[in-house]
Design a protein around this ligand. Structure first.
Ligand code: DMJ
Length: 454
């Protein structure tokens, strides 16, 4: 029955839900308590795999039962990224031992070049949210230390960050960056300023995002690649997907988390242009494609899996009609092969890139939409995502990414955001609302909830 439900179109699903509700039965396929427990079980399976085969390292290789480190020396990225999920799931023993390990062993005093963006969203974001959830001051100390070490990345002529920064020396590399790599700091750096009283973090992150916005075209769009030394665009292709996604997200969330009026203005101008030039309606549904930032001319009808974060942003901004239509389209993308491909040409509904990296965005949007609408169809969507993940991606010691969603061939990688985001959003979708007050937090782009305590 579950598989039949999972493959039904949304209208059919809804009819089924309505029938079940009207006929007084338990709504078909929606037992929130059971589903939350199942997500928790899948998390425990994954975490125990990480503990057994990758403890003390950045990530788990779930097919070979081995581990990987991004830079040859560990920063325990899965541990920091997954800690707040464990806290929210009430996995006290696992959370306590992970936190103690981080407190004692995590050090950023290492002579390595790290990706500024990734260390910010995964590690700084993870440390800050777990600090807020536990009150463990060591986590805030580590966050501040990391924040200080990331600051030199912003010492470019424009104030936009370089792609890499050396955590020990402050040396930088990579002058070619993109809007997401430049404009995804305000939540973490802003919270760090509020929690430490040091305004430099907020100022630096805000300047970087403003620098991108100030270089928008006459029609209000940004491109996909920019030289942070000269401030010149290198690629003028605009979209809401990879490379631009969280720049838009942080305009909106900077406004919501800090009440920042500049962010409000920048978001409103940007979303108007995005809806005017990037939104697209075809026979397959409502989508956002790509267009040239200067002319607005459509350059592609490809939608990527990362762009499925956008229903959540639209919902958060109050635009439920577009949010719901877009999530319906994303659900079609998922159901084409029972797992979403990385890139889809929505004009032909054909796969452009067949990989699946265990991405969370479509679950994130289902969670937001359920919070705003309480429409059970989002629970049914969530159940589909969970069933398919277990069916196609579960491996002996965790979950594996897919090389190809058509053949379902697995790859020996489990990204750290799988425990930070994918399983967290699925869990929160089904968990009692007392688990986390959705309306009191803003999630960073790695699903780390930040509470406005200031
Ligand atoms: C995460 O690392 C972040 O959400 C980022 O903003 C883009 N997407 C990946 C997971 O898909």
């Amino acid at each position: 029955m579950a598989r039949v439900v999972a493959r039904l179109s949304l209208p059919a699903l809804l009819m089924l839900v309505q029938f079940a509700t009207a006929s007084g039965q338990t709504t078909v396929g929606i037992d929130k308590v059971k589903l939350a427990a199942e997500v928790r079980e899948q998390f425990i399976h994954t975490w125990h795999g990480y503990e057994k085969y990758a403890w003390g390292h950045d990530g788990l290789r779930p097919l070979s039962d081995s581990c990987y480190d991004w830079y040859g020396t560990p920063f325990y990225i899965t541990a920091v990224d997954g800690l707040d999920t464990m806290i929210l799931m009430g996995l006290k023993q696992e959370a306590d031992s992970t936190r103690t390990y981080i407190d004692r062993h995590l050090s950023f005093d290492k002579d390595v070049y790290v990706k500024t963006f990734e260390f910010n969203i995964r590690l700084l974001g993870g440390l800050l949210s777990s600090y807020q959830l536990t009150g463990d001051k060591r986590l805030l100390e580590l966050a501040e230390d990391l924040g200080m070490r990331l600051l030199p990345a912003f010492n470019s002529p424009t104030g936009m960050p370089y792609e890499y920064v050396n955590l020990k020396t402050g040396a930088v590399r990579g002058r070619i960056n993109n809007p997401a790599g430049i404009g995804t700091y305000l939540i973490e750096f802003g919270a760090l300023s509020k929690l430490t009283g040091k305004n430099i973090f907020y100022r630096t992150a805000k300047n970087a995002i403003v620098q991108v916005y100030d270089r928008r075209s006459k029609i209000g769009l940004v491109g996909s690649s920019i030289d942070v030394d000269t401030g010149k665009w290198l690629k003028t292709n605009s979209s809401i997907g990879a490379g631009i996604d969280s720049y838009l997200e942080y305009l909106l969330k900077g406004w919501r988390l800090f009440g920042d009026r500049d962010c409000e203005r920048m978001w409103k101008t940007s979303i108007e242009a995005v809806n005017k030039y990037l939104a697209d309606t075809t026979s397959s549904g409502f989508w956002y494609g790509s267009a040239d930032m200067n002319t607005g001319r459509r350059t592609s009808t490809v939608f990527d899996a990362l762009a499925a974060f956008f229903p959540a942003e639209l919902a958060l901004s109050g635009d439920l009609p577009r949010a719901e239509k877009l999530e319906d389209s994303c659900y079609k993308m998922w159901n084409l092969y029972g797992i979403e491909p990385d890139d889809l040409n929505y004009a032909t509904m054909s796969v452009v890139s067949p990989k699946y990296y265990l991405n969370p965005e479509i679950m994130e949007s289902a969670y937001y939409l359920y919070e705003y609408t309480h429409d059970k169809k989002y629970l049914l969507m969530g159940k589909t995502f969970l069933d398919d993940l277990v069916k196609y991606c579960r491996a002996g010691s965790g979950f594996a990414e897919l090389k190809n969603v058509v053949t379902k061939r697995k790859m020996d990688v489990m990204e750290t955001y799988f425990t930070a985001e994918t399983l967290k959003y699925l869990y929160l979708l089904f968990a009692p609302s007392s688990t986390l007050d959705f309306h009191k937090v803003i999630f960073n782009t790695e699903a780390h909830p930040i509470r406005r305590t200031w």
